[in-house]
Ligand binder design. Structure first.
Ligand code: S3P
Length: 433
């Protein structure tokens, strides 16, 4: 079990690159596998979650050459070329793998079972199973709506018009992937904008995707054509370094080549509204995704009421935004973010308990949090087996009076295996035992 010990730091400096974007990495493997031809991927995040997706496609007969340093050569088998796996498909901690794969598997000729770790086996799956059943899929969870998920092959899927009850890129993507196999045009309407990497990447693979307002449609029966995917670095990983530099005096760091797709940049808007000295430099488009270098300097922050329009655009960054709020002057209020309760842990509960344990006045509500900014005393917190909780409290330690111990940080491997090394290079006062 990894335990993090973090103490105050004297300042962070330098230029760094965080690893590849997790969402785009998953999708590059999925679409590359079902495309016609050879897809070359560079900048892939080689972390447990993404490697779980990779392993499932290998189990379904796809030849994926791992060339090292984030490069893959995927020998696509076409939409109907996947083979029945001989074992259950285990995706570890990865909600994205499970929810997107169940959509893809619903359209196959063979049966399959998806399983995950203890945390993933407690996350809601009815949100994807219910609409898939409406499309004619035969997909089953346990009686609580949790995995293992059993998918029966050989079903004819029919397109549906589906209005999603929650903002979720995973649900949207699941249905778009099932839609590739359905007769007719599948239309998915989202209540709020969520990350659009699936739509963009389908287009990159030559598949027609239509967007009208918040409705996204695909028509089944087309083909995907292999392409090159250059994965930008992950703004969700960069977020830890951004907040770390903001709350540590004498800091000035630049994070290079960060994906700034507008469906992911809520963190930038929120931190700027809190007073962050943060600038985007060298903006460019790489493979259909916008990328920039982000420079950030230590800044006095102030508490804000976070506009709900940013919730979907910063959904994975709230744990570390709460840390920024704990260091800000005044009150920060978040509402409209009940989805945080069904992530790798209940992130409202985990963060409220952790912040209280280190001396911060943080009050959880059903759909958000109220934090009185000020100082962080320090103490011992749990990661609740959630990578983003572990890394958020590592950041909080930089401003703590007495240091912070974070228990059970093994899970950082799921999204950011180089976090410890990179954090130390940046100037974190971090030891791991
Ligand atoms: C993801 C979508 C988000 C996010 C997750 C990755 C994706 O989940 O929290 O880390 O790659 O589609 P929801 O779509 O369930 O909000």
């Amino acid at each position: 079990m990894n335990t993090f010990f973090i103490k105050k730091s004297t300042g962070l400096a330098g230029r760094y690159r965080v690893p590849g974007d997790k969402s785009i990495s998953h999708r590059s493997i999925m679409l590359g596998s079902i495309a016609e031809g050879v897809t070359e991927v560079s900048g892939l995040l080689e972390a447990e979650d993404v490697l779980a997706t990779l392993a499932t496609f290998e189990s379904m007969g796809v030849n994926i050459e791992r060339l090292g340093d984030g490069c893959l050569r995927i020998h696509g088998v076409g939409l109907h070329g996947l083979k029945a796996p001989s074992n259950d498909l285990y995706v570890g901690n990865s909600g994205t793998s499970m929810r997107l794969l169940v959509g893809l598997l619903a359209g196959q000729a063979f049966d399959a079972t998806l399983t995950g770790d203890v945390s993933l086996s407690k996350r809601p799956m009815r949100r994807v199973l219910d609409p898939l059943v409406l499309m004619g899929a035969k997909v089953q969870s346990n009686e609580n709506g949790f995995s293992p998920l059993k998918i029966s092959g050989g079903r004819s899927l029919t397109a549906i018009d589906y209005v999603m009850p929650m903002g979720s890129a995973q649900v949207k993507s699941c249905l778009l992937l099932a839609g590739l196999y359905a007769a007719g045009t599948t239309r998915v309407t989202e209540p709020a904008v969520t990350r659009d990497h699936t739509e963009r990447m389908l287009e990159g693979f030559g598949y027609v995707v239509e967007k009208t307002g918040n409705t996204i449609s695909v028509t089944g029966g087309g083909t995907l054509t292999a392409t090159k995917v250059d994965v930008p670095t992950d703004i969700s990983s960069a977020a830890f370094m951004l907040v770390a530099a903001l709350i540590t005096s004498n800091s000035d760091i630049t994070l290079e080549h960060v994906g700034i797709n507008p469906t992911r940049t809520g963190i930038i808007d929120i931190l700027k509204a809190m007073g962050a000295d943060l600038t985007l430099e060298n903006n460019r488009i790489i493979g259909g995704e916008e990328v920039a270098d982000i420079r950030v300097k230590s800044s006095p922050l102030k508490g804000i009421h976070i506009p709900e329009k940013f919730v979907g655009l910063a959904i994975d960054e709230f744990p570390v935004i709460f840390v920024a709020a704990a260091c800000a002057e005044g009150e920060t209020v978040l509402t409209g973010a009940a989805e945080l309760r069904v992530k790798e842990s209940d992130r409202i509960q985990s963060m409220a308990e952790g912040l209280q344990a280190v001396g911060v006045d943080a009050q959880a509500s059903d759909d958000g949090m109220i934090i009185q900014g000020g100082s962080i005393k320090g103490g011992i917190v749990e990661s609740y087996d959630d990578h983003r909780i572990a890394m958020s409290f590592a950041v909080a330690g930089l401003r703590s009076e007495q240091g912070i111990q974070v228990n059970n940080c093994e899970n950082v491997k799921t999204s950011f295996p180089s976090f410890m090394a990179l954090a130390k290079k940046c100037g974190f006062n971090l030891t791991v035992r």
